[in-house]
Ligand binder design. Structure first.
Ligand SMILES: O=C(O)c1cc(=O)[nH]c(=O)n1[C@@H]1O[C@H](COP(=O)(O)O)[C@@H](O)[C@H]1O
Length: 245
């Protein structure tokens, strides 16, 4: 396995959206040896909890815990402290919670790190506009005027000013986020659909290659891998496309 492959595979975050640990373990087995990041979201976390996250870390995976915290600052601080104690590599909050809430997440991380020096500092990122949100929904249902891109950039700038490491957005916005916030600001981009695959509930989608060319730091892929007849082949094809981008 060459370094370039390793580096690119590490930028693929596989969403383990399963109802129980057994099914998630089956996929891990299937993808054994591919050095990708693993994402535990609400479905799996609410079913399998912190034990499953610890198991992933014991097996040496990089873990993104995607619980999208959005609450009062004090509660988010406590949540961030508990999450940091799990030893994850990345977790997220909603930028819509505002600057004080995002700063509280960082304070929670610091509190955990101070209590245990063997813990690592996770990347803390904020969700901007969900990739399932289309322009008309943003304007007419949610009532936020302007383009999705403008809303995403505003959230990204707010996130940066709060001191977080980056944002979750669509890869359609990656280049503008890098322009506005700099290349060290992390862009984590779900809504990835290889050419010809089912879009499902995602609205702002791009292919893996387009996402990498737009400057995404990481791409998040769930169903195009988990729902594939041959998940390993699907993951390898995505990494190949990323490498060729
Ligand atoms: O924070 C996320 O990971 C996230 C944010 C977002 O705006 N859109 C989004 O799809 N996600 C997550 O990314 C994954 C995408 O999965 P697929 O649509 O199956 O590829 C899911 O686990 C979502 O929860």
């Amino acid at each position: 396995m060459n370094e370039q492959y390793k580096e690119m595979a590490g930028r693929l975050i596989v969403a383990l959206d399963y109802p129980d640990a057994n099914q998630a373990m089956n996929l891990l087995q299937e993808l054994e040896g591919i050095p990708c990041y693993m994402k535990v979201g609400m479905q799996l976390y609410y079913a399998a909890g912190p034990d499953f996250v610890r198991e992933l870390k014991t097996r040496g995976y990089k873990v993104f815990l995607d619980l999208k915290m959005h609450d009062i600052p004090n509660t988010v601080k406590g949540g961030a402290e508990s999450i940091t104690r799990l030893g994850v590599d990345m977790f997220n909050v909603h930028a819509a919670g505002g600057k004080d809430m995002m700063k509280a997440a960082l304070a929670g991380v610091d509190k955990a790190l101070q209590s245990n020096s063997s813990l690592q500092k996770p990347l803390v990122i904020a969700v901007t506009q969900l990739t399932s949100t289309a322009q008309d929904v943003l304007n007419q249902e949610i009532g936020i005027p302007g383009s999705v891109k403008d809303a995403v950039i505003r959230y990204a700038e707010l996130t940066k000013s709060a001191g977080l490491d980056g944002v979750v957005a669509s890869a359609q916005e990656s280049a503008d986020i890098v322009n506005a916030c700099g290349k060290d600001f992390v862009t984590v981009t779900p809504g990835i659909r290889p050419a010809g695959s089912d879009q499902g509930d995602q609205k702002r989608v791009l292919t893996p290659g387009e996402a990498i060319r737009n400057g995404s730091s990481y791409i998040v892929v769930g169903r195009p891998i988990t729902g594939a007849e041959k998940p390993r082949a699907a993951a390898e094809q995505i990494i190949k496309e990323m490498l060729e981008a």
